[in-house]
Design a protein around this ligand. Structure first.
Ligand code: ASC
Length: 153
């Protein structure tokens, strides 16, 4: 085998190994995973809130809506791999139900991800009239998951 092929195969193998590393191994400590997912939700909420301001007529409709929605869509995927075992206690608003009914939690997460993907699609289309409905559906998907899996505050 030529050296370039050997290197290519080794690089692919390394990439494969990296993808296979369990999420738990990506966080040194439980509190790191908790902080990570909270940070992702914080950024998501900030940009979702900016779209909310537009929907409520407190901010003008413009290109920022599509930019914010794209960020929300991207962020929507980040928190969930950080709900690793052993992170159900400590400084977290996550309820233990997440780890007792993981399939339901995953379904709620996926439901939210689909709703914010739709919001991003609507925002990118520039269809101002469709924004409110897509925003409302995304907000409901956030709330549905909070109702079951986030501690009351
Ligand atoms: C937000 C935000 C949430 C959701 C949720 C929707 O703007 O920070 O957590 O919307 O309140 O019901």
């Amino acid at each position: 085998m030529k050296l370039s092929s050997v290197i290519g195969v080794a690089a692919m193998a390394a990439a494969g190994v990296m993808m296979a590393v369990p999420a738990a191994a990506q966080f040194a400590k439980a509190e790191d995973a908790i902080k990570y997912r909270q940070s992702a939700f914080t950024v998501m909420a900030a940009h979702f809130g900016r779209i909310g301001a537009v929907v409520k007529g407190e901010a003008p409709y413009g290109p920022s809506v599509a930019a914010d929605a794209k960020i929300v869509e991207t962020m929507s995927h980040l928190p969930f791999p950080a709900f690793v075992d052993g992170t159900d206690s400590g400084d977290t608003g996550a309820r233990p139900e997440i780890w007792k009914n993981r399939a339901k939690f995953d379904a709620a997460a996926e439901n939210m991800q689909k709703a914010v993907a739709e919001l991003a699609k609507v925002a990118a289309s520039g269809d101002e009239g469709a924004l409110k409905g897509a925003f409302g559906a995304a907000g409901k998907a956030c709330k549905d998951c909070h109702d079951d899996f986030r501690k009351r505050r």
